[in-house]
Write a protein that binds this ligand. Structure first.
Ligand code: GLV
Ligand code: MN
Ligand code: MN
Length: 420
């Protein structure tokens, strides 16, 4: 670090905590899997809440499990400044996605406390429920409900693997006494939200720049398709008679790739990340298949055109193969524009520390996408090795993390005495 920074970051302690949290996982190391409300997710929540309480933060949880940990400021009348991220992890993930923004924020607060700083505005850490879409097919569940972007009716229809509803899960984990409608944040409840996160892309590392400041978050969408064909004996049913649900799914996956490649924009990305078949026996024709498709672009019109093309292809493929289908648009979101003054405040904090920074677009989505609908929002990115994320070999070095945390601490300190 340069000599310019005032708040000493205890990076050794933070790294130990990141390592310890990574061991709370559904899979053995180095794999991190923490699906929403799994035993590992629940234990990870306890781990983080304990760290928050140890430093005097006041912890509460809402009806969907978003955790709020507040460092009380001296002026209750001022809207708090918020930071945070997530600790759930997709299957076969690494240990930094989301976690750097949660444990890093705790260390940022500790560093401010050690320096004798006392906030005027409260500083609130938010640990969002289910940034990852693994359980319900929809990402950012907690922040969608906080911002009102997900209606309560729609939340009521969410199911995991067609079995358990969100309401079932709220009962299982003990949030049923609070009403889901109480999750929605009041207007003006925060003066700003800033999220520290690994870049999940290669640019900062390639350009050897320690800090990225996010100006825009790309527009995500996802759809789930259920395909129903006709099963049968793999030896007995001749090829012209078949109505194989998996083969329709395979054609759809190729149509997704084509729609992204031919959108006219290098920023369109399409992924069929889930393909399940029934009955899943080698000598039985697949009678049912489920696909989950993720499609994004920085420009909403381009993304929407590609989405339309995929949906047209689904109808054509299913007609030709005599497959019935149900297509559910799980989410079709707008991009988010970050707040220019907050971007400037992050840039000023980098200047204070003598750190170079670069303004950039986030291609991944984050809870910031929805917090941007609530209050001025931006993100601090740090490099990660080879841009790798959503894999066990995801890595950011202690030095890279330390710089991100120092910038976050600077921004929180700045915003907790001033407005932006
Ligand atoms: C977040 O995890 C994303 O898929 O962008
Ligand atoms: Mn992720
Ligand atoms: Mn993340």
């Amino acid at each position: 670090m340069s000599d310019g920074h005032q708040n000493q970051i205890d990076i050794a302690r933070l790294q130990r905590e990141i390592d310890e949290l990574s061991l709370i996982s559904e899979n053995p190391p180095p794999v991190v899997t923490r699906v929403l409300f799994s035993e590992a997710d629940l234990r990870a929540r306890e781990f983080v809440k304990k760290l928050c309480r140890e430093i005097g933060l006041v912890v509460r949880e809402d009806a969907v499990g978003n955790i709020f940990a507040r460092w009380n400021g001296s002026d209750d009348d001022l809207a708090p400044v918020a930071t945070g991220s997530h600790i759930d992890a997709i299957p076969n993930a690494g240990k930094f996605d989301g976690v750097v923004g949660v444990l890093g924020a705790i260390e940022a607060i500790r560093s401010l406390q050690r320096s004798g700083f006392s906030p005027k505005r409260s500083v609130e850490l938010i640990i969002f429920t289910a940034e990852e879409p693994t359980r319900f097919g929809i990402g950012c569940l907690g922040s969608r409900l906080l911002s009102g972007s997900l209606s309560l009716d729609r939340a009521g229809t969410l199911r995991d693997g067609e079995v358990k509803t969100l309401e079932d899960w709220r009962k299982t984990v003990g949030y049923e006494n609070q009403k889901l409608e109480s999750v929605r944040l009041k207007p003006d409840c925060y003066c700003a939200f800033v999220e520290l996160h690994i870049e999940q892309g290669p640019l900062l590392e390639k350009e050897n720049i320690p800090i990225g400041i996010v100006e825009k978050i790309a527009a995500p969408s996802s759809i789930r398709i259920e395909l129903t064909g006709v099963g049968g004996h793999a030896g007995a049913v001749l090829m012209p008679e078949r109505r194989d649900a998996l083969l329709a799914g395979a054609e759809i996956a190729l149509a997704v790739e084509r729609a992204a490649l031919e959108s006219g924009s290098p920023d369109t990305v399409g992924t069929t990340g889930v393909l399940r078949v029934e009955p899943g026996a080698v000598n039985s024709i697949p009678c049912r298949a489920w696909l989950e498709i993720d499609l994004r672009d920085t420009r909403v019109a381009t993304r929407d055109a590609a989405l339309k093309r995929i949906e047209t292809a689904v109808a054509e493929i299913c007609r030709r193969r005599k497959i019935t289908f149900a297509l559910d648009r799980l989410n079709v979101d707008a991009p988010a524009l970050c707040d220019a003054k907050l971007v400037q405040a992050i840039s000023d904090s980098c200047d204070d520390l003598g750190l170079a920074c670069k303004r950039m677009i986030s291609r991944a989505y984050h809870d910031s996408l929805f917090m941007a609908q609530v209050c001025p929002t931006s993100m601090i990115f740090i490099p990660c090795r080879d841009g790798v994320s959503h894999r066990p070999d995801e890595f950011s070095s202690p030095e890279q993390i330390e710089k991100g945390v120092a910038v976050l601490a600077g921004v929180l300190a700045r915003l907790s005495v001033d407005s932006i």
